[in-house]
Design a protein around this ligand. Structure first.
Ligand code: NIG
Ligand code: FE
Length: 418
C-alpha cells in the first residue's frame, strides 16, 4: 500500500471532470462524486473516487498533508489557456477614455492600445518582466488557476520578443504554476513598420519565427491576431504556415472585432484553438467543430470592451464545438485574471450552465493548450492540481459572482494557497 503525500477527504462534492474534453450534451457532465476523496504522491493523483475505496487503497504517514473538505466542493485546478500577462506598464488612462466613449479601436488607431504596452515592455528589462509576472502568477494562484498559457507580443522585434519569451520561461521555472508559452510576434504591426506592414510579415516569417524555434522550449505555440488593420487572412496564413513548418502548434485570435474569416482560417490550418470568436459566423463555427479546433471564449474581454457582443457559446455547443473559457488577462481589453469571474460571465452572458462553464474552464481549457492528458480533470496519473472551494458545490462559483469561492489550492500535490 502506498504512503501518500496528500489526502483530501470528505469533499461535499468531488468534481472529477473525468472522461476527456467535452462536446455537445457531454459538456454538462461534471462527473461528480458526492463525499469523494483524492490521494496524491510525488505530485500525481494515485487514487480518486468514493472515500471508502480511496481510504482502502492508500495509507497516510506522519508527513501526509490531510485536508478535510467536509461541506466544501473539490474541483480540478483552473486552466487559463489564453493570457498576455507578461507586460510592463498599465492602461488605466485608456480605460478612462473608453469610459468617456472612445472605442478600443479608436485608441489603437491613435497609437495607443497594444502599442502603448509595447513601448513600456520594450523599456523593461527581462528581470523586471519576470518580477511583474511572478506577482501576477501569485494572483492567479489565489484565484485557483494552476496552469496558464502566456503569450509574448509586446516586444515586436526579434530582440524584445525573445526577451519576453525568456522572461516567461523564467516565470515557469520560478513559480509553482505551470506556464505554457506562446510566441505572438504577430500581435500588432510595430510603429517602425507601419508604412510597410509587409516588411514586418517578412521579418516574422524569415527571422523571428526561426529565432524562437532555435531556442528549444521557448514557445510551444504561435498565435496571430487576424483582424482588419492588423494581419489579413492571407498574411496570417503565411505566418501560420511557417510556424507549422517550424513545429509550433497554432492558435488564432479570430473574429474578435469583426468577421474576417479567422475561425475558418484556424480550422483550415489545423490550429489547436481559435480564440475570441465574438463575430464568428455559423460557417466558421461549423468548420471549427469539424476540424476539432477548440473554440476559446473570453467573456471578460466583451465585458471590458463594453460595446462588444459576447461569443455565441450556446451556438458553438449546438454545432459540436469543444468550448473552452479563458481570461485573456492583458492590460488593455481585459485587465482581469479570475477564472471564477469568467465562469460567472459565461453563465450570465454566454448561456452556459455552471457545470458547462466549469468544464470549459478545466478539461476543455486544457485541450486548448494540448495539456488534457496532464491536467484539467482529477484522474489517476494526472497532476494533482486541485482547488478546494469555500462552498459545498461548484454551482456556487457563478452564484457568488466568482468572489471568495477559492479556499485552498493544491499544485502538483503541494498546498500553495491555504
Ligand atoms: O486578446 N486582440 C489582441 N490582443 C488582446 C489585447 C491586448 C491588448 O489590448 O494589450 C486581446 O484582446
Ligand atoms: Fe488575447
Amino acid at each position: 500500500m502506498t504512503t501518500v503525500d496528500l489526502l483530501i477527504v470528505g469533499a461535499g462534492e468531488l468534481v472529477t471532470m473525468a472522461g476527456g474534453p467535452r462536446r455537445g450534451a457531454r459538456l454538462k457532465d461534471p462527473a461528480a462524486i458526492p463525499g469523494g476523496a483524492l490521494a496524491a504522491k510525488d505530485g500525481r493523483i494515485v487514487a480518486v473516487g468514493l472515500a471508502d475505496e480511496v481510504l482502502a487503497a492508500v495509507r497516510t504517514g506522519p508527513d501526509t498533508c490531510v485536508i478535510d473538505a467536509r461541506g466544501r466542493a473539490v474541483i480540478p485546478g483552473f486552466v487559463d489557456p489564453h493570457t498576455h500577462l507578461c507586460f510592463a506598464g498599465d492602461r488605466a488612462e485608456e480605460f478612462a477614455l473608453r469610459l468617456g466613449g472612445a472605442t478600443y479601436q479608436e485608441i489603437a488607431a491613435r497609437g495607443g492600445g497594444i502599442l502603448n504596452t509595447v513601448r513600456a515592455t520594450r523599456e523593461a528589462s527581462q528581470v523586471e518582466l519576470v518580477t511583474l509576472g511572478l506577482r501576477r502568477l501569485d494572483q492567479l494562484a489565489l484565484a485557483g488557476t494552476t496552469t496558464v498559457e502566456v503569450k509574448s507580443g509586446y516586444g515586436l522585434t526579434t530582440e524584445h520578443e525573445l526577451k519576453q519569451l525568456r522572461a516567461i520561461r523564467e516565470m515557469d521555472r520560478r513559480h509553482p504554476l505551470t506556464v505554457v508559452p506562446t510566441f505572438m510576434g504577430a500581435h500588432e504591426v510595430p510603429p517602425e513598420h507601419r508604412s510597410r506592414p509587409e516588411a514586418y510579415v517578412d521579418l516574422l516569417v524569415e527571422e523571428m519565427l526561426p529565432a524562437v524555434a532555435a531556442e528549444p522550449g521557448l514557445a510551444r505555440f504561435a498565435d496571430v491576431f487576424t483582424e482588419r488593420g492588423v494581419f489579413s487572412v492571407a498574411d496570417s496564413r503565411r505566418i501560420l504556415q511557417r510556424a507549422k513548418e517550424l513545429g509550433f502548434g497554432l492558435k488564432v485570435h479570430a473574429d474578435e472585432l469583426s468577421d474576417l474569416g479567422g475561425a475558418m482560417l484556424a480550422a483550415e490550418m489545423g490550429a489547436i484553438s481559435a480564440e475570441h470568436l465574438l463575430h464568428a459566423s455559423d460557417e466558421g463555427l461549423r468548420r471549427l467543430a469539424e476540424a476539432g479546433t477548440v473554440a476559446v471564449c473570453l467573456p471578460g474581454t466583451s465585458f471590458c470592451l463594453m460595446n462588444a457582443p459576447y461569443a455565441r457559446a450556446r451556438r458553438m455547443v449546438e454545432l459540436g464545438c469543444t468550448v473552452a473559457l479563458a481570461s485573456d488577462y492583458n492590460p488593455g481589453s481585459c485587465p482581469a485574471y479570475s477564472m471564477p469571474f469568467m465562469i460567472t460571465l459565461a453563465c450570465m452572458h454566454l448561456g452556459l450552465d455552471p457545470s458547462e462553464a466549469l468544464a470549459a474552464a478545466t478539461i476543455n481549457a486544457a485541450a486548448a493548450i494540448g495539456h488534457e492528458s496532464e491536467v484539467g480533470s482529477l484522474e489517476v496519473g494526472k497532476l494533482a492540481d486541485v482547488v478546494i472551494l469555500s462552498s459545498p458545490t461548484h454551482r456556487h462559483i457563478p452564484y457568488h459572482m466568482g468572489m471568495g469561492v477559492v479556499a485552498q489550492v493544491v499544485k502538483q500535490g503541494r498546498l500553495i494557497v491555504d
